[in-house]
Design a protein around this ligand. Structure first.
Ligand code: IVH
Length: 682
């Protein structure tokens, strides 16, 4: 006769198997098969059953990822095989030297295959599985001894607690990198800064800090991931003859390997791989600091052997560093369009992230205090991709005795007006408004910019000249400029002057959304301007709107509503608008479409693949204008997916989740039903 316990045992096994399968699909194959909500339900059912029948709890149950109590300290463990490091190559020449050395030793490099892998910038970890069960997670430490951090490692969601599949050696040590994806790093730091807690310098430090927690419940809150790249000690048979085969085997056992791993058969292909990954570096969800090349077959690896602590058969070909040290020579203050007085770091020039950097942003005074930054300090500068360089840390040990505390100016460095700091704002502002030449220049640059009035040829340099020579004192003044006046300016001929006057003239025919954006109201970006134009239909209605009406607009909160309202209350702004009208600025009436709610309001849409009749950005823009929220990834919340040609993983995920999918024809039809046709501009 079957008892309740028997019955529960069966359910528990069934639930565990289902959850493990979903984990594998989600973390290893990138192909989730159920929505998150369903997964959560299964996990909750399992938790409830195990709470009723604690005798059924097993160490590899999916509920046991966050079970352990805080430890007093970490125990040191000896690695059965030392965890070695890699030699580095900086630049193509050093990489070619590596390839040549291999060629010399093996008498040929032509017949050698290489396994190419991104070099993840995280923390090296060794996992031990006994009979397929995760029993130990240890840090690399000094390569010979590491720290046992098993309870913490078990909280990393893509590390299987039990391996799946066939032919698993009875003892298997797998090595790889635990890292914190960029987004998770940013969120972690943002939350920490808000709570005035310690922020991490980079994702690697954040991963290290998260793993070194004595309380695994803290580790569990960090979205850590692991990617595997080698095996250590093995008892039993490992059915692989090469690095590539070994990685494929690890994958079948449910371990994550890097999907950008490739096997190539020439040195040139290695260099092409390096360049390809370098190009994609910014788009990746995690930080990498180079690529690793490994001679693929184990027998060639054995023939090559090791020198001191690194293999001869592998090399880390590093990317240009994104972090360097330099000296903070001064802090100057810049005044922005809305008067924000922003500190800028003047640095001793340093080569970082592929360029020479001599300025870096410091955001605001809070940031200076948080960093405890003084002039004369040695600092760490970070520069990634095309992002503005940032000071991330002071090297406290190197502070000179005469390092100078940074003071915020009490007067605007440009116009001399008072600098005010409102109580609930981190930013200090120049109170000069358009009296301040810096604010005037920025207002003009914004007004003329591509997404605002789109005045071609009116660049920053020209605006600066126009303001400095007092030829233009406000955006409306642009419409009074003559070709003769402009032609008299440095480096301006008759032809370019005439072109500019024509561009200014052409900009008079605009859209309401562009005009609202061009006004430069605080907190009103391009998207908000579009929504406002759609919701109110006419400028007059927007100008008359009270706070309640403004806050009823999607994406407009109390703060932006306040800025909008006060903008239209100030007489000088009303005069400016009047001047624009008199100059002849006009836009087609959109009030006919004003129905309060937009047709796609409340819908979340994802666009993927290649479209023929428009670019993906154009499609997104139109969908957003129709009220849809355009998201970057497919989830259970997605209302529909627009899939163009060559759609990949997003399409697969949407299909799995049973989400509506529109092809280009269906999208065109949908847009046409709201009055949008391909080729028309928005
Ligand atoms: S192989 C004997 N492969 O780089 C070879 N290491 O500088 C051992 N790393 O400590 C390492 N990605 O933390 C290897 N695909 C990859 C890697 C990788 C990152 C790290 C690892 C190691 C360090 C060596």
């Amino acid at each position: 006769m079957s008892t309740d316990l028997d019955h529960a045992r069966e359910s528990v096994q069934h639930l565990r198997r289902a959850i493990e399968e979903h984990n594998y699909r989600y973390y290893i194959l990138d192909e989730p098969s159920v929505p998150d909500a369903e997964y959560d339900r299964l996990l909750r059912s399992l938790q409830e059953l195990e709470a009723t029948y604690p005798q059924l709890i097993r160490p590899d149950s999916p509920t046991q990822r966050v079970g352990a109590k805080p430890s007093e300290s970490f125990v040191s463990v000896e690695h059965k095989l030392p965890m070695l490091s890699l030699d580095n190559a900086f630049g193509e020449e050093e990489f070619s030297d590596f390839a040549r050395r291999i060629g010399d030793r093996l008498k040929t490099v032509e017949a050698v295959d290489f396994c190419c892998e991104p070099k993840l910038d995280g923390i090296a970890i060794s996992l031990t599985y006994e009979q397929g069960l995760l029993v130990r997670g240890v840090t690399r430490g000094d390569g010979f001894f590491g720290e046992d951090i098993t309870p913490n490692v078990k909280t990393v969601k893509n590390i299987p607690l039990r391996l799946r599949g066939e032919d698993i050696p009875q003892e298997l040590e797998v090595r790889g990198e635990i890292y914190l994806p960029k987004k998770a790093f940013e969120t972690l730091n943002r939350d920490a800064a808000e709570k005035n807690e310690k922020v991490f310098v980079n994702p690697r430090n954040a991963a290290a800090g998260s793993l070194r927690q004595l309380d695994p419940r803290i580790t569990a809150t960090r979205a850590l991931e692991m990617c595997c790249y080698s095996v250590g000690h093995v008892e039993g048979k490992l059915a692989a003859d090469s690095q590539w085969q070994m990685l494929q085997l690890l994958k079948t056992w449910g371990l994550r390997i890097n999907p950008l791993t490739r096997r190539v058969s020439s040195v040139d292909a290695c260099i092409a791989y390096y360049q390809d990954i370098l190009r994609r570096r910014e788009q990746l969800a995690y930080e990498i600091d180079g690529v690793v090349f490994k001679v693929d077959t184990f027998d060639l690896q054995e023939r090559l052997g090791f020198v001191s602590r690194a293999p001869r058969w592998a090399i880390a070909y590093k990317f240009p560093a994104q972090e360097e040290m330099t000296v903070l020579e001064n802090v100057e203050f810049q005044v922005g369009r809305t008067g924000a007085v922003t500190p800028v770091a003047r640095l001793k020039p340093v080569f970082v992230g592929g360029v020479t950097v001599s300025n870096a942003t410091l955001h605001n005074m809070d940031e200076i205090q948080r960093l405890d930054l003084r002039i004369g300090d040695t600092v760490i500068v970070h520069r990634a991709g095309d992002v503005i360089p940032k000071v991330v840390k002071v090297v406290a040990e190197q502070r000179p005795p005469d390092a100078e505390v940074v003071q915020i100016p009490t007067e605007c460095p440009v116009c001399g007006s008072d600098v005010l700091q409102l109580e609930n704002e981190a930013v200090a502002r120049c109170s000069g408004g358009l009296f301040c030449a810096a604010q005037r220049k920025q207002a003009l640059i914004h007004f003329a910019s591509r997404k605002a009035m789109d005045i071609e040829g009116l660049g920053d340099k020209l605006v600066e000249m126009l303001v400095d020579l007092q030829m233009v004192d406000s955006p409306a003044g642009l419409y009074r400029l003559t070709a003769d006046q402009i032609a008299g300016l440095e480096r301006m001929g008759q032809k370019s002057a005439a072109n500019l006057v024509k561009a200014i003239e052409d900009s008079k025919n605009t859209t309401l959304a562009r005009f609202i954006y061009a006004l430069g109201i605080r907190e009103v970006g391009e998207a908000t301007a579009k929504t406002l134009a759609n919701q109110f239909g006419t400028l007059e209605k927007l100008m008359e709107a009270d706070l309640e009406a403004l806050e009823a607009v999607p994406d407009v909160g109390p703060i932006s509503a306040g800025h909008i309202k006060s903008f239209f209350e100030q007489s000088h702004n009303l005069e400016t608008i009047q001047a624009f009208r008199e100059a002849g600025i006009q836009w087609p009436d959109v009030s006919g479409q004003d129905t309060g709610v937009l047709p796609l309001t409340g819908q979340t849409v994802v666009v993927t693949g290649t479209l023929q009749s428009m670019t993906r950005d154009q499609a997104k823009e139109i969908l957003a204008e129709l009220g849809a929220k355009v998201a970057g990834s497919v989830s259970a919340k997605t209302s529909f997916l627009v899939a163009g040609e060559k759609a990949g993983s997003k399409l697969a995920k949407a299909e799995k989740l049973g989400i509506n999918i529109l092809d280009e024809g269906q999208l065109t039809e949908l847009l046409a039903s709201f009055g949008h046709y391909p080729g028309t501009t928005v």
